[in-house]
Design a binder for this molecule. Structure first.
Ligand SMILES: Nc1ncnc2c1ncn2[C@@H]1O[C@H](COP(=O)(O)OP(=O)(O)O)[C@@H](O)[C@H]1O
Ligand SMILES: [Mg+2]
Length: 205
């Protein structure tokens, strides 16, 4: 099944002398359980693409489908994008951006509460275990290593069993080994949970 199909996406910032075409006529397909990395130098438009696919930024033009459902028609939303973001999409960024005064477990629970699909406590513990940080559930984010924080962020992204995870430079703040471990986790998530994963990065590893 297609988790994502995009056709003819355009996104321009500014106008006249300041005009930048961040995306021009972008098309892509991502199937369930598939992991795809998109490589490109700084300024290439990777973050813009993640934000447009994640329904965070409006495209100027283009068509988008998620799980076969039409989402954008020539840039205009034709579905409940808030509901799609909550129920179909998970995001991971360069920085984990965990809520600093909540424990690792509570950071995942709060996402479960928003999604209303799973019992938060049980789901958070299951995901933290799955990602190898179950023993750190009570820890506050600033007592976790960068790699552990990113695992908690991936658990949070998985909280509502999204069909698609969008990751923007998820390994950029990690050393080589931890970066590799995070990519390995994404591969596992894609294969075992059937979640499609799209990673944009300038990290060739
Ligand atoms: N909010 C914005 N306003 C104006 N220009 C932007 C904005 N965001 C990104 N750009 C420009 O769009 C281009 C693509 O940026 P971006 O998507 O962040 O690329 P990447 O993530 O590949 O580094 C760059 O030229 C950048 O300066
Ligand atoms: Mg970027």
């Amino acid at each position: 099944m297609e988790a994502l199909r995009a056709e003819h996406l355009d996104k321009r910032y500014g106008a006249d002398e300041t005009e930048v075409w961040a995306l021009r006529d972008i098309g892509l397909v991502l199937r369930a359980g598939e992991i795809v990395a998109l490589l490109g130098p700084s300024g290439a438009g990777k973050s813009t693409l993640i934000k447009v696919l994640g329904l965070v930024t409006r495209a100027d033009h283009g068509d988008l489908w998620m799980n076969g459902e039409r989402v954008l028609d020539d840039g205009a939303p034709v579905a409940d994008v808030g509901e799609l973001r909550r129920s179909h999409l998970g995001f991971v960024f360069q920085k984990a951006n965990l809520i600093p005064f909540l424990s690792a477990r509570q950071n995942v629970e709060i996402a479960c509460e928003i999604g209303e699909r799973f019992a938060p406590r049980a789901r958070a513990d299951e995901l933290l275990d799955y990602l190898g940080v179950g023993h750190r559930g009570d820890a506050l984010p600033n007592t976790l290593s960068g790699g552990e924080q990113q695992r908690v962020a991936i658990a949070r992204a998985l909280a509502n069993a999204p069909s698609l995870i969008l990751a923007d430079e998820p390994t950029a703040a990690l050393d080589k080994e931890r970066g590799r471990a995070v990519m390995e986790l994404f591969r596992r998530v894609a294969h075992e949970q059937g979640t499609a994963v799209r990673v944009v990065t300038h990290d060739h590893r």
